[in-house]
Design a protein. Structure first.
Length: 412
């Protein structure tokens, strides 16, 4: 069952048992746009307002602690996954009763998989962060014969629909003959908001690796990726379809505006703390990518120790691959939509386990991107960099406490 069908089913159940048409959607991110479309098209309902602590405008989108009068009489429709859902639910219960909250993504099939006795066992997982060297780490660790990683980085199993079919596909990534006698892992930066799901599926006997990078640089890299092939969000529910048309081309000014909506993504310490609710600090390894490149042998040796690789089976890393390096962006809105469609098709094929089609799609994608992408190497505005540094500094200090050392001279 896909997300749209799950939301439709839960909305139908709600309206069959409740006459309250005063609804609020939260958060603005995730699937709120889809919820709004279903409410409008199928029920002719317009939400009272939206709630998002990171993207409010105090006109129609509000932070939770400044909701407009009358919110007590509304029903809150929650469209979020994993830890985001958990945090929002806990916070929302400070303002409204539990019967006022509807989890639009509750899925019986997903719940059944989490209760299954045939789940895949892995020894370690890297759930974050995007644009922080996870692709390079996947390639590097795969070179060690004692380590098993799926050939496809980011199976996205827990990110999308979880059911018996997708579970079986996920199991095929971990055949017994391939994993026997090896330290088995997975690298899934898409799981960074799914601490609870990770715990429910993989259990508590798991080692976690978090790759981090100067958050300002990581955010700029995320921005370029977003305008290469991803859904781009400004103040609208999902995509501001005329974003590139309005700005004419990707620019530092566009990043300045985009960063205000998406900067929360790189607050590393907050995401890691969500996993600390389920795992001990000793089970977590934080790899600062700038430090790794400064001391490849030492950091990779330490990482192999963390993964319990026997001394005789360690690899002496003297260089580290720099995979997935890219500064290209889509030429215009039409090119962005083409590239988004290809990426969505790629993830659909990954979920189906259709690796033959994936190989063909990659060839097609490479040819199309030669036409649809252009180089973009403009530095961000200095005012943007300073504003972001001020925004991230408390999170950086929090991370430093986790690391037990300062990142001064590395990130600031």
């Amino acid at each position: 069952m896909n997300e749209k069908k799950i939301i439709q089913k839960n909305l139908q159940n709600f309206f069959c048992n409740n006459n309250n048409k005063k609804v609020v959607i939260l958060p603005l991110r995730n699937l709120s746009g889809l919820v709004r479309d279903i409410l409008n098209d199928e029920y002719s309902i317009q939400e009272q307002f939206l709630v998002d602590n990171y993207a409010y405008d105090m006109k129609h989108i509000y932070p939770m602690d400044c909701m407009p009068d009358g919110y007590e009489n509304c029903t809150f429709l929650l469209a979020a996954f994993g830890n985001t859902k958990k945090i929002l639910t806990e916070k929302l219960l400070e303002y409204v009763s539990e019967d006022r909250i509807v989890d639009l993504l509750f899925d019986e099939e997903r719940d059944e998989v989490f209760r299954s006795n045939s789940k895949v066992h892995i020894d370690f997982l890297c759930p974050g962060f995007a644009k922080c060297g996870t692709t390079s780490l996947h390639y590097a660790l795969s070179q060690n014969p004692k380590i098993f990683l799926p050939k496809v980085k980011e199976t996205c199993f827990l990110r999308y629909s979880v059911n018996e079919s997708t579970h079986e596909t996920f199991k095929h990534h971990y055949c017994n003959e391939d994993t026997l006698g090896k330290i088995v892992g997975d690298i899934e930066p898409s799981y960074i908001c799914n601490a609870e799901d990770v715990y429910r599926y993989f259990g508590n006997d798991l080692k976690l690796i978090f790759c981090v990078r100067n958050p300002i640089n990581a955010l700029y890299s995320n921005f370029k990726m977003a305008f290469r092939n991803e859904m781009v969000m400004f103040e609208s529910s999902s995509i501001e379809s005329d974003a590139l048309e309005r700005f004419e081309q990707v620019s530092p000014e566009m990043f300045d505006r985009w960063a205000m909506k998406c900067r929360y993504k790189e607050r590393y310490s907050e995401r890691i703390k969500a996993f600390l609710e389920y795992y001990s600090r000793e089970q977590i390894k934080i790899v600062v990518i700038e430090e790794l490149y400064a001391d490849i042998y030492g950091v990779m040796n330490d990482l192999q120790d963390f993964l319990n690789i026997p001394e005789k089976d360690k690899i002496e890393y003297r260089s580290f691959p720099q995979e997935n390096i890219g500064s290209k962006v889509s030429k215009n809105q039409e090119c962005l939509e083409i590239n988004m469609g290809i990426k969505q098709l790629y993830f659909n094929l990954v979920q189906k386990g259709d690796f033959q089609s994936i190989a063909l799609l990659r060839d097609v994608r490479d040819k199309i991107e030669r036409i649809t992408l252009v180089d973009y190497n403009e530095p961000m505005l200095e005012s943007t960099r300073q504003n972001l540094l001020d925004y991230y500094m408390d999170s950086i200090h929090d991370l430093e406490r986790m690391l037990g050392r300062s990142l001064q001279g590395v990130w600031y």
